[in-house]
Design a protein. Structure first.
Length: 315
């Protein structure tokens, strides 16, 4: 379990870079970064498959199709939407919205299994809602009308990214925790092929009107970020997440998604070289406390129970 927790935290630290990369590569576009990043991810996976340990062999056709689709939706689709959200809404709101994924996953699980009585979730869900309201209200209230529209669009894209992540997290956890689950190396490679294929389909769009930087440093910076996001964040980050998904129950691995939020906020504020505003700090604290409290409730209820008959009235 210790290795799984470390792997989950490493994933959060790496994936948190997705919240700052789109702003760091300007004047290059989000689409150019997305296509380049995931083409590189797919190429790396293909090259590694020269070694039999990385090949998706021994998998059922359904597993192969699922892994391929998860790569296209959970990686390429998620990064494309969250990147545009960051450009429109800034470095704080998108990671906060995406950071509600642990609670959304837990709530979906509770709808299916009724593991926790709903009244116990009022406090954590209220904290999360209050945190999002504080940050979003402050951002919308201080922004000029045109910027307010961008903020609303960024919020909408953040919600779309959250939906993509939740679908990915649920399906991926089911596969990795099932009997006959693929190895982390093979599952990473298969998802890399899916993400790379999605990127290749959009490559003609990027090549039709490529960005031509006027400063050589812009191209160098873009190349560095491309290598980091495609090689380190995509491949190694995905492998770490597969290890965490295989070794940890969903309630616990979902909790580690909070690390992505924390790192993403830190990277974004560091990039802007500023401290959070009072509204951002209060809203972030409220949400993080709510997320941790909610997942703690589900984790405690998911722990093995003693073989005794519970007393009436005990939730």
């Amino acid at each position: 379990m210790f290795i799984g927790i470390l792997a989950g935290l490493a994933t959060g630290a790496l994936w948190g870079l997705s919240f700052v990369a789109p702003r760091a590569v300007v004047p290059f576009t989000v689409l150019e970064l997305s296509v380049g990043r995931y083409l590189l991810f797919g190429i790396i996976c293909l090259v590694l498959m020269l070694d039999a340990r990385f090949r998706p062999v021994g998998l059922t056709p359904r597993q192969r199709l699922t892994g391929f689709a998860l790569g296209a939706l959970g990686y390429f689709g998620y990064f494309l939407t969250i990147s545009h959200a960051v450009l429109l809404a800034g470095p704080v709101v998108p990671p906060l919205i995406a950071g509600t994924a642990p609670v959304v996953l837990a709530v979906i699980g509770n709808l299916r299994e009724s593991a926790v009585r709903w009244h116990r979730l009022l406090a954590p869900l209220g904290l999360i809602a209050a945190g999002l309201a504080v940050v979003n209200a402050a951002g919308l209230g201080e922004a000029p009308p045109d910027d307010a529209l961008d903020m609303l669009a960024g919020i909408g894209l953040s919600v779309a990214a959250l939906a993509a992540w939740v679908i990915y997290g649920l399906v991926n956890a089911v596969v990795m925790r099932a009997d006959g689950a693929p190895s982390a190396l093979r599952w990473t490679g298969l998802q890399g092929l899916g993400a790379g294929t999605a990127a290749a389909l959009l490559l003609p769009v990027v090549l039709r009107a490529p960005t031509l930087p006027t400063v050589p440093d812009d191209a160098t910076r873009f190349l560095i970020w491309l290598l980091v996001m495609g090689g380190v964040v995509s491949w190694f980050g995905t492998y770490c997440w597969m290890v965490a998904s295989r070794q940890l129950p969903l309630a616990l691995s979902a909790q580690l998604i909070v690390a992505e939020t924390v790192f993403g906020l830190g990277y974004g504020l560091a990039y802007e070289q500023r401290l959070p505003t009072s509204a951002e700090a209060i809203g972030t604290l409220l949400q993080l406390v709510g997320v941790v409290l909610a997942v703690a409730i589900f984790t405690r209820r998911a722990a093995p129970r003693r073989a005794v008959t519970p007393e009436p009235g005990i939730p």
